[in-house]
Design a protein around this ligand. Sequence first.
Ligand SMILES: [Zn+2]
Length: 303
Amino acid sequence: MVLNIALLIVTHLVIPIGFLIWLWQAQFESKFNWLINLLMVLLYSLFFFLNGRWDWLSYYLRFLLPIVFVIAVYKSFIKANSLPVYPPKTFKNYLELGISAFVVMLFIASLKGYFFTGSSIDLSFPLKNSLYYVAHGGNSPIINYHNTHPTQQYALDIIKLNVLGARANGLYPRSLTDYAIFGETLYSPCDGTIANLVNDLPNLVPGESDRKNLAGNHILLKCKGADILMAHLLKGSITSQVGSLVKSGDAIAKIGNSGNTSEPHLHIHARKANTGKSILDGEGLPITFDGKFLVRNSVLFPR
Ligand SMILES: [Zn+2]
């Protein structure tokens, strides 16, 4: 865990800010060389700005990157202004151009996660009155670790941000109440019928997980031709029975830490109705919340 956090700090802050300071200080052969290097630094910083896990450090720290970028571009532009436009035609310059073209293509490919094809289901966001953050969501494994699983391709893991813009007090605390989302009320995302539920599994200490009961305490809700799974709920918090009708916005449970989970969060995904034998099988369906397709680093304050 210490290694993961160190890696997070290095990739999200140390490397991009190091690159930006380098851009600021470096001497280039021509305006063309300057532009290519500027593009590379921009793409690296933008990649982590878009795809990084900012809830582990602070969501607000993310905005340090564009601020440093603007200063570095301005400072380096002043120096580059007096350079010739084109560089000498050397092997090194052709190589730099080739590498840049390749990196641009990789970056464009990484944007696939922001789009989906085919039909989707529109739901109401199932949490209210706080600042929520999408930790995993979108249509690419870069921003959504569920994406390689056919049923959970469009699953989302949602957490709540505290006043410092982090998901917890501390980096990986053992106490459940240190996680901002723990105990928050879950509201029904649609008018539907409860098709299945489990309500008696223990609330686990972060770091422990239950590999036998993957979804933990959960609700499977039928609505709009889909089955919606909401997982890792608080023990004993589900107030409905199997067969109960619920309205969109009804309080139905609380967020816990049960099942195969690393820490308190809401897991939600949808599948086409009746396409799976178990609750975790079936044909995955993209979800939009109030018309929006949410991806990692989406934040919202629903009322
Ligand atoms: Zn999940």
